[in-house]
Ligand binder design. Sequence first.
Ligand code: ATP
Ligand code: ZN
Length: 225
Amino acid sequence: MMNSNRLRIAIQKSGRLSKDCQNLLKQLGVKLNLREQRLIAHSTNMPIDVLRVRDDDIPGLVMDGVCDLGIVGENVLVEAQAERAGGTQNAEVIKLSKLDFGYCRLALAWPQELGPQDKSWFEGKRIATTYPEILKQYLQREKISASAVMLTGSVEVAPRAGLADAICDLVSTGATLEANGLMQGDTILESNACLIQNPNLTDSNKLALIDKLMPRLKGVRQAKE
Ligand code: ATP
Ligand code: ZN
């Protein structure tokens, strides 16, 4: 059982954000023993517990108050908020800070052999993505009637596999798109990792600890500039 007096921070267990999250906590002075493959790592010098989970679970854990803070990509956060929009579950978080890692963009792409295309090409097409809600919002905004095909992985092979006409996927260098014979189009969302907080947090000790950590975070970010 977790000690509820301790500030709970959710970070990605293993993936593109893990190392940067661990480094950030270290720079904030939070000492952790992360060597063990445990779900929860207790800080040895502050009343902080770090939960290591899949990035997709982080927004929900923070929205539901299971964790007080979380570090997650804006792409995952925006998708989770759109998923909960209009429902009964809490979809709010406080964005405490944008972070200087995890940069990527969610962009449209289609088979290179088709050559450059404008938005009207997407009319009636099937677009594979892991972010159907963000894609739907974009299509609505641009008044394009196309359908989203949800895939949790291997999105970039969907056109070749005949599963979709195009994709809407995360890109950082564009190397993966190129390797899969895809041409990059419009960026739908630019994303960085960000630090989020449960908006219903009232525990004064936890809030005081966050107040103590935030100037340090600002310092770490400024030192990088
Ligand atoms: P998990 O097992 O935690 O669900 P995942 O496979 O969904 O992991 P990763 O590939 O590790 O996630 O990416 C985590 C986050 O890193 C992304 O949601 C995004 O915010 C960011 N990111 C930065 N660059 C890229 C990139 N080139 N491709 C994908 N994600 C990127
Ligand atoms: Zn994920």
